[in-house]
Design a protein around this ligand. Structure first.
Ligand SMILES: *[C@@H]1O[C@H](CO)[C@@H](O)[C@H](O)[C@H]1NC(C)=O
Ligand SMILES: *[C@@H]1O[C@H](CO)[C@@H](O)[C@H](O)[C@H]1NC(C)=O
Ligand SMILES: *[C@@H]1O[C@H](CO)[C@@H](O)[C@H](O)[C@H]1NC(C)=O
Ligand SMILES: *[C@@H]1O[C@H](CO)[C@@H](O)[C@H](O)[C@H]1NC(C)=O
Ligand SMILES: *[C@@H]1O[C@H](CO)[C@@H](O)[C@H](O)[C@H]1NC(C)=O
Ligand SMILES: *[C@@H]1O[C@H](CO)[C@@H](O)[C@H](O)[C@H]1NC(C)=O
Ligand SMILES: *[C@@H]1O[C@H](CO)[C@@H](O)[C@H](O)[C@H]1NC(C)=O
Length: 833
């Protein structure tokens, strides 16, 4: 096409004279012929001329005064495929009769068509391109298009305010490009587009203020979407959902204020995103989570003031980033981290100063950066560390910054640097700058450098290239030098804190002090500044600034830094950290608790403090306790509650909750008591003993509190004689020298506050004449299974003439608790002997 036009220009109006066209027959005036184009434009025609040559494949009737088309004058144009009727007076899409079916391109721009009716388009069964731009169409109704083979549809510059869902549905099989620029569309209804082959959609210069979620659903293969100049203020979450194949999105010249992942959701293939000339001031964290294929991002002319650590997180494929003409002053450490493929970074015309002057590698991570634009910022000094990481840089523009000083070899790691743009007439030409002219010349970089001295007075206005090497001398140090740095400290909440910073300078240029907290200037800081003369080593003025922070709260924690400037530059102190502490104090304290065995104990404990205290539990001063060991203990970190489930008697004890932070620790105690109803730890066993032997009846009781044990005989109170002994808190009833009268039913009753339990033992006594065998005197405790749980040794020394003492020694060991009870019944006088 472009070629044809070029030829047309060369040939001018003599085109028809060429043999090439003459073959096809005559070229009727006022038309011109060119190849298979019959150009009858600008002929002031009121009707289509008769006798148009039948060979015409393209017919241009633009710029005439046609208000209708006479079918008969066209009927013989069997070869016609493309028809242009731009700038005429047509009020409807013209009817070309049978010819319509062969037309592939119909251009009707700048007419007076105000409606698209399906019956007017129906005959155009071969139509691929339809241009209706610059007409008077006001709406797109649902039956507008019959089923056609349309691929390109342009309806720019009409008066469209509304579109009905489904208006384009009949074109879905073929439509590839749809342009609706410069209309008055304010709203796209849901399900508007079901165009499964559409690749490019343009909606520039309409009136969409908001874009709802799912607006573009149904455009599965769309590659580009153009929505510049709509005045869009808000993109709802999921605004572009469904455009998972889109590569280009143009949103320049709108009124967007924020980048958030909500509206970027689903743009999985997006490569270029253009957001220039909006009002964006914020890039939310994780904004790029769904568009990690981005290769070009344009934010020029927005309202960004800071770049956060997370601003570009995840954009590892980004190659070009344009953030020029914003108001950026603050670049967080690592803001560009992860942009490992970035090639071009444009930061021109921002307010960057300390981010370059005082930071360790603001550009860390930009290993592949080749072009960096920093012109038009507020950079006053350049240190070597400012550009660390930028080893691959080829092009660096620092022009239009009033640079005063440059540390020696600030650019020396940039082995590939080919262009350095610099213009400053503020340079401090002392010995520190001696390296610069030589280095620039050696590296052939002086061409785009304009660098003039401002100090010392003798060199003022001179180009650095005109100063001899010996001319750069250090007989003074006019730039502030920090001599006392602020110190890191911690303070108790409510106290007063101060930071001190001192600097010296040989110049009498006025010093200005400011303080920063976490890289942000403290605008209303309480400062005390004074100057004093330092005498040792020559007279030098020293300047001290004291920053006072009163009644400190936690929000005052941070890193504090003093910034001292004069005419010759700015010095930044170290960053001193302030921490504010508060001893923990209890919000909830555990209280004493008594519960039944098997139930759940709930102990509360919560404390506040700064830093947030850690809560820990102990039992009786130790951390290894049964509930913890047996996993019956649950700590709910959210609810400040500590549970012991299925409580056991062994859980009884003093529980201590300790709350600890770096300021100190506090603890609170609560006693947990687990109660248990009385129960027999051993089954009661009936006994048969020989007369004269010693009998031991056992009733081993469990429960908490320890049950009281009481014995009755034959349902009556036990008559206690001198032969009856009780041991182990009544759990053992010992009958010495058992008599027949002792036989009967013994009832053991044990009770504590939770209840009472009873059990019976039947004792039978059989005759046994011999009573002098020591073996028989030993009660047969082992027989009844006692030995499995403990050991009872009863030694009875009796029946021995001459011995008047009875010794009963019981050593009783219960399993489990490891408790030993030793009972000795000693020196009972056996009066019955
Ligand atoms: C359409 O084009 C075909 C092929 O060139 C031709 O045979 C036919 O006559 C044309 N139809 C009309 C109505 O001109
Ligand atoms: C689609 O085309 C058919 C016939 O070509 C027509 O009857 C119908 O109304 C059209 N539908 C829409 C939504 O335009
Ligand atoms: C953007 O918003 C501002 C103020 O809200 C308004 O003045 C301006 O005209 C808007 N710009 C566009 C392009 O709508
Ligand atoms: C640097 O050059 C630009 C354009 O050439 C000029 O506008 C600007 O004033 C110059 N800046 C300084 C500090 O010389
Ligand atoms: C902190 O300073 C204020 C104001 O000078 C003073 O009233 C207050 O007593 C000081 N507080 C402490 C803890 O020193
Ligand atoms: C809490 O109990 C522990 C151990 O049982 C004891 O050392 C401590 O003094 C008790 N603390 C308080 C506040 O009673
Ligand atoms: C033990 O039993 C006697 C007689 O039945 C009774 O009087 C006494 O109160 C009981 N003692 C306990 C502690 O139950």
């Amino acid at each position: 096409m472009a070629l044809l036009i070029a030829v047309a220009v060369m040939l001018g109006s003599q085109g028809c004279a060429l043999g090439l066209i003459a073959d096809r027959g005559s070229c009727p005036p006022p038309c011109r012929c060119l190849g298979d184009l019959l150009d009858c434009s600008r002929g002031d025609l009121h009707m289509v001329p008769d006798r148009l040559p039948g060979w015409a494949v393209q017919l241009d009737l633009s710029h005439n005064k046609l208000s209708s088309i006479k079918v008969s004058s066209m009927i013989h144009l069997y070869n016609l495929r493309e028809l242009r009727l731009n700038r005429n007076d047509l009020k409807t899409i013209p009817n070309l009769g049978p010819l319509s079916a062969n037309i592939t391109l119909l251009s009707l721009t700048n007419n007076k068509i105000h409606v698209i009716l399906p019956e007017h388009l129906e005959p155009y069964q071969s139509l691929e391109t339809l241009d209706l731009s610059n007409n008077l169409i006001t709406e797109l109704k649902a039956p507008s298009f019959p089923v056609l083979r349309l691929k390109y549809l342009y309806i720019n510059k009409n008066l469209i305010t509304s579109m009905e869902p489904g208006a384009f549905d009949n074109l879905s099989a073929t439509l590839q490009v749809l342009k609706l620029n410069k209309n008055r569309i304010g709203y796209i209804p849901p399900k508007m587009f079901k165009l499964s082959n559409l690749q490019h959609l343009e909606l520039k210069r309409n009136r969409m203020r908001h874009v709802d979620g799912l607006t573009f659903q149904g455009l599965d293969v769309l590659k580009s979407l153009n929505m510049q100049r709509n005045g869009i203020t808000r993109l709802m979450d999921g605004a572009f959902w469904g455009l998972s194949n889109m590569e280009l999105l143009f949103l320049d010249h709108n009124n967007l204020t924020e980048i958030s992942r909500g509206w970027l959701y689903g743009l999985l293939m997006l490569q270029h995103l253009h957001l220039g000339q909006n009002a964006i001031s914020q890039i939310s964290p994780d904004a790029w989570e769904f568009c990690q294929k981005l290769s070009e991002l344009d934010f020029t002319f927005n309202e960004l003031t800071r770049l956060e650590e997370s601003s570009f997180m995840g954009l590892s494929l980004l190659g070009r980033l344009f953030i020029g003409n914003n108001q950026i002053s603050n670049i967080a450490d690592g803001a560009f981290h992860g942009l490992s493929n970035l090639n071009t970074l444009d930061l021109k015309n921002n307010e960057i100063s300390w981010s370059i002057e005082d930071m360790n590698g603001a550009f860390s991570g930009l290993e592949k950066l080749k072009r960096l634009m920093l012109q038009g910022n507020r950079i006053g000094s350049i240190t070597k560390k400012a550009f660390s990481w930028l080893d691959a840089l080829e092009y660096l523009d620092l022009s239009n910054n009033a640079i005063v000083s440059m540390q020696s070899n600030a650019f020396s790691q940039m082995k590939n640097l080919q262009q350095l743009h610099l213009n400053s007439s503020s340079l401090l030409c002392d010995c520190q700058l001696k390296w610069l002219p030589q280095w620039l010349t050696e590296n052939k970089l002086q061409k785009s450098v304009k660098a003039n001295c401002a100090h010392p007075q003798s060199l003022k206005g001179k180009s650095i290239f005109a100063v001899s090497v010996d001319g750069f001398v250090c007989d003074d140090f006019p730039k502030p030098q920090i001599t006392v740095q602020p110190e890191t400290q911690s303070a108790i909440r409510g106290s007063n804190v101060s930071f001190i910073c001192t600097a010296a300078s040989s110049s009498d240029s006025p010093m200005t002090f400011s303080w920063k907290k976490d890289n942000e200037l403290l605008n209303d800081a309480e400062m005390e500044n004074y100057a004093h003369l330092r005498v040792q080593g020559g007279e030098v003025m020293e300047y001290t600034s004291i920053l006072r922070l009163r009644d400190v709260e936690f929000d005052i924690e941070g890193k504090y830094q003093c910034v001292i400037s004069n005419h010759f530059g700015t010095s930044y102190s170290v960053k001193a950290k302030l921490t504010v502490n508060m001893l923990p104090s209890f919000m909830k304290m555990p209280i004493d608790l008594t519960i039944r065995a098997g139930s759940t104990a709930r102990l509360e404990c919560a404390a506040v403090g700064h830093p947030t205290p850690q809560i820990a539990w102990q039992k009786n001063g130790g951390t290894d306790f049964p509930a913890a060991r047996e996993r019956r203990m649950h700590v709910m970190p959210e609810d400040d509650v500590f549970f012991i489930v299925n409580a056991k008697v062994g859980d009884t004890g003093v529980y201590s909750c300790t709350a600890q932070n770096s300021a100190g620790s506090i603890s609170a105690n609560a006693t947990l008591t687990v109660l248990e109803t009385p129960s027999f730890l051993r089954p009661l066993v009936d006994r048969t003993v020989s007369k004269g032997e010693t009998t031991v009846l056992q009733c081993i009781a469990g429960g908490n509190p320890t049950p009281k044990v009481n014995w009755t005989k034959d349902d009556s109170p036990l008559v206690v004689t001198e032969r009856h002994f009780f041991a182990a808190g009544n759990q053992l009833l010992i009958l010495v020298d058992t008599d027949f009268a002792d036989a009967g039913k013994y009832t053991c009753e044990m009770s504590n506050i939770l209840g009472t339990e009873r059990g019976n033992i039947h004792l039978s006594v059989i005759p046994n004449p011999t009573c002098d065998s020591p073996a028989n005197a030993t009660p047969s405790l082992e027989d009844d299974g006692w030995a499995t749980v403990g050991v009872v040794i009863i030694a009875v020394v009796c029946c021995v003439v001459g011995t008047s003492l009875v010794w009963v020694v019981i050593i009783y060991t219960t399993q489990g608790e490891g408790m030993r009870i030793a009972v000795s019944l000693t020196q009972m006088k056996p009066t019955y002997l």
